[in-house]
Design a protein around this ligand. Structure first.
Ligand code: IMP
Length: 192
C-alpha cells in the first residue's frame, strides 16, 4: 500500500518506514510534486499535524499522514514543546537548539521531560489522530551521534543511554514516534 508521509526529513522517513514494514511504501511530498514547505502555523502539535495532512490531501487527493513532535520539559513549563524545531533559531538548527536547552536547564534539579508525537491520518477524506509519548530525562551534556534533534540529550526511562546512543531499532521500540506509528499501523491493518 502506498501512502504519503508529509516529511522530507530523511531520518524521520527511515524511522517510520522501519516501523511500518514492507507492506507500506512511503511516498514523500516531493515525489508527488509538492515542493514547497508545508505550512505549520498552529500552536499545538495536533493542530500542526492536522494542518499538514489536510494541506497534502487538498494538493493530491491521496491518503496521507503527517506528524508533529515536541519535547516537553517539566522545569521549563513544557518548552520547547510545539516550538521544538525553532527553539534557538528560525531554522532547524539541532546544535543551536541543544545548546540553548542545556543553557536553560543549568541549575535545574527537575530533569523530567517527554517527547510527544501526534500523527494525523487522512484516509478516504476522514481524519484520524494517533499519539505516542515517551517519558525520560534531560542530561547535562550531549552524548551519542545517532538519531537527530534532541536525541543526544534525552535518556528514556528504563535506560542509561540517550536516544543518540541507541540503534534505530532500540529507539523505535520505545520512542514517541515508534509508538504513534504502531497505532497508525494497527489502524491501517484493521481497515485495509
Ligand atoms: P517535527 O515538527 O515533528 O519535525 O519535530 C520538531 C522538532 O522536534 C525537530 O526539529 C527536532 O528538533 C525535534 N524532534 C522531533 N522528533 C525527534 C526525535 O525523535 N528525537 C529528537 N528530537 C526530535
Amino acid at each position: 500500500m502506498k501512502i504519503i508521509f508529509a516529511t522530507n526529513n530523511a531520518h524521520k522517513l527511515s524511522e517510520v518506514q522501519a516501523v511500518l514494514g514492507d507492506g507500506f511504501e512511503l511516498v514523500t511530498p516531493r515525489m508527488c510534486g509538492v515542493e514547497e514547505d508545508i505550512p505549520e502555523t498552529s500552536d499545538t502539535l495536533e493542530g500542526n499535524a492536522s494542518q499538514k495532512s489536510h494541506y497534502l490531501y487538498e494538493k493530491t487527493g491521496l491518503d496521507c499522514f503527517a506528524d508533529d513532535t515536541g519535547l516537553e520539559v517539566e522545569a521549563l513549563d513544557g518548552a520547547p514543546g510545539v516550538h521544538s524545531a525553532r527553539y534557538a533559531t528560525d531554522g532547524h538548527d539541532f546544535q543551536a537548539n541543544n545548546r540553548l536547552l542545556l543553557k536553560n536547564m543549568e541549575g535545574k534539579e527537575n530533569r523530567r521531560a517527554r517527547f510527544r508525537t501526534v500523527i494525523s491520518l487522512i484516509e478516504g477524506g476522514e481524519e484520524h489522530l494517533f499519539e505516542g509519548i515517551v517519558e525520560g530525562r534531560i542530561i547535562d551534556h550531549e552524548s551519542g551521534s545517532e538519531g537527530f534533534g534532541y536525541d543526544p540529550l534525552f535518556v528514556p526511562d528504563g535506560f542509561d543511554r540517550t536516544f543518540a546512543e541507541m540503534t534505530a531499532e532500540e529507539k523505535n521500540a520505545v520512542s514517541h514516534r515508534g509508538r504513534a506509528v504502531r497505532k497508525l499501523v494497527e489502524y491501517l491493518h484493521k481497515n485495509a
